[in-house]
Design a protein around this ligand. Structure first.
Ligand SMILES: Nc1ncnc2c1ncn2[C@@H]1O[C@H](COP(=O)(O)OP(=O)(O)OP(=O)(O)O)[C@@H](O)[C@H]1O
Ligand SMILES: [Mg+2]
Length: 454
């Protein structure tokens, strides 16, 4: 059952209970008032002779206080009822009684004349046994009081019902209706309307906070899905080029006439095999890069240990001097700087930066490595004095598959994943990568790692 329906049922039950309780109060109150009237006439009936005498005396004169609202009559044996005394404010009152009817205990009766609608009446046989005294009292005061009580209770109930109704409306508007709208929107989003967002609830309510949280969650999920989709599309696209090349050489080979190869044919096949090998290498590097990126996203990606960054940079620099003997490689670092990090990942990141500095700058361009600390961080800088990178590319360099000059870089075998991996290593350590480049002056990549003592 929905919360809204539950609230409605609760309100209905409350209304029924209130009506029943109010009616019970009215009935009990009326019974109490009538009981008082009965007690009054029953007391008078104790002594009928005295009542008749007092009434006869009171007739014409001012009735005594005890008899001012009472009807006293005398019914003879043949059933004729004569009024001895009528109530002051209803002088024509006559209770309706059958001829000779006896009413030993007080009962309700209609009237034959007078303004009162009903009376409580009791009859008592006079001591001589030939006639009866009839004592009656109009129920008008009890009726008026009961009606007034009923009207008061009814009005109070009505006001309460209106207030409860307003309260329900308020709860519904602030809490329930927004939730229903959100459910509807969530359904539409699930059904494929991804641009849809849940409507914001009334400000400052739980519904508003829920709506905000839902929208944030949907935004995050949508962004993640979109990233995933682009990533798969990009990776497939990148793999397609080498696959096409490999497929092309295989087709070329299949189209050759059968039979032994001459020298030229031999050289052609060798060349095809070399190109196929190159492309296979490219695909392997691509897949390695993708695996690195995925691996670095998992929470336990790092094997942390005490790493001497100065030693790492010394090793990278001397490797670089060997693979690129034409470069002047300078290193500026303290004798030792140990932090808590993953040795292999940090080395991989620094190598990624230095290999870029070699690969994407003209031969002979100097490369400088620097290691120092800034408060809270250790900073590794890899600078080159190359042609630099145009400013519009800088914000995208860390993206997967991003290459400044697509044709040239892919020709040089770059996959465009190197800097994305460097960035992933930095993030896994809680650090960051940044780049500054001045065209014509050179490029500096900065890798900041938290200065976590080992
Ligand atoms: N030091 C640099 N000087 C000039 N351009 C650079 C430099 N470093 C990176 N780039 C540019 O940034 C692009 C992205 O570099 P990234 O390392 O991500 O990919 P890549 O080197 O092309 O391929 P790989 O995945 O093999 O590293 C490069 O293609 C290059 O255009
Ligand atoms: Mg690279």
């Amino acid at each position: 059952m929905t919360l809204r329906r539950r609230l409605l049922v609760a309100a209905a039950v409350l209304a029924v209970v209130a009506v029943v309780a109010g009616s019970a109060v009215v009935v009990v109150q009326r019974a109490f008032l009538v009981g008082r009237l009965d007690a009054e006439i029953a007391a008078l009936a104790q002594n009928p002779r005295a009542v008749l005498l007092a009434s006869q005396r009171a007739e014409g004169a001012v009735a005594t206080a005890a008899l001012s609202d009472v009807y006293v009559g005398r019914m003879t044996a043949d059933g004729r009822l004569t009024t001895v005394l009528a109530p002051q404010d209803d002088p024509d009152l006559v209770p309706a009684l059958g001829p000779g009817e006896q009413v030993p205990t007080p009962e309700g009766r209609a009237t034959e004349a007078g303004t009162a609608q009903r009376v409580r009446v009791v009859t008592v046989t006079l001591p001589n046994g030939r006639a009866q005294a009839v004592i009656a009292v109009p129920t008008t005061p009890a009726d008026v009081a009961t009606r007034r009580l009923a009207v008061t209770l009814g009005l109070t109930g009505l006001v309460a019902a209106v207030l409860v109704g307003l309260l329900l409306w308020w709860v519904d508007r602030l809490g329930l209706r927004p939730i229903a709208a959100m459910t509807e929107a969530a359904g539409a989003i699930t059904a494929g309307d991804t641009a849809r967002r849940v409507p914001p609830g009334p400000p400052g309510t739980e519904a508003a906070r829920l709506g905000e949280a839902l929208n944030t969650m949907i935004d995050t999920t949508t962004a993640t899905n979109e990233r995933m989709r682009r990533f798969v599309a990009d990776a497939s696209h990148e793999l397609r080029t080498p696959l096409t090349t490999v497929g092309g050489y295989a087709a070329l080979h299949a189209a050759r006439p059968a039979g032994p190869l001459d020298t030229a044919g031999r050289a052609e096949v060798d060349d095809a095999m070399r190109r196929i090998g190159d492309e296979a290498g490219r695909m392997r590097r691509l897949v390695d890069g993708l695996l690195d990126l995925t691996g670095l996203e998992s929470p336990d990606a790092l094997r942390r240990e005490a790493v001497d960054l100065a030693a790492v940079l010394r090793d990278v620099a001397s490797d670089l001097r060997v693979v690129a003997p034409d470069r002047v490689v300078t290193l500026e670092a303290p004798a030792s700087l140990v932090i808590d990090a993953d040795h292999d990942r940090v080395t991989q990141a620094v190598v990624g930066l230095t290999s870029n500095a070699v690969r994407h700058t003209p031969a002979g361009t100097p490369v400088a490595l620097r290691l120092h600390t800034v408060p809270g961080w250790v900073r590794i800088e890899v600078s080159d004095a190359g042609p630099g990178i145009p400013a519009e590319h800088l914000p995208h360099l860390l993206e997967r598959f991003y290459r400044v000059d697509r044709s040239r870089s892919s020709g040089s075998g770059g996959s465009g994943l190197g800097l994305a991996v460097v960035d992933a290593v930095a993030r896994a350590h809680g650090g960051a990568v940044s780049v500054a480049s001045t065209p014509g002056v050179g490029t500096t990549f900065v890798l900041d790692l938290p200065d976590r003592p080992a």
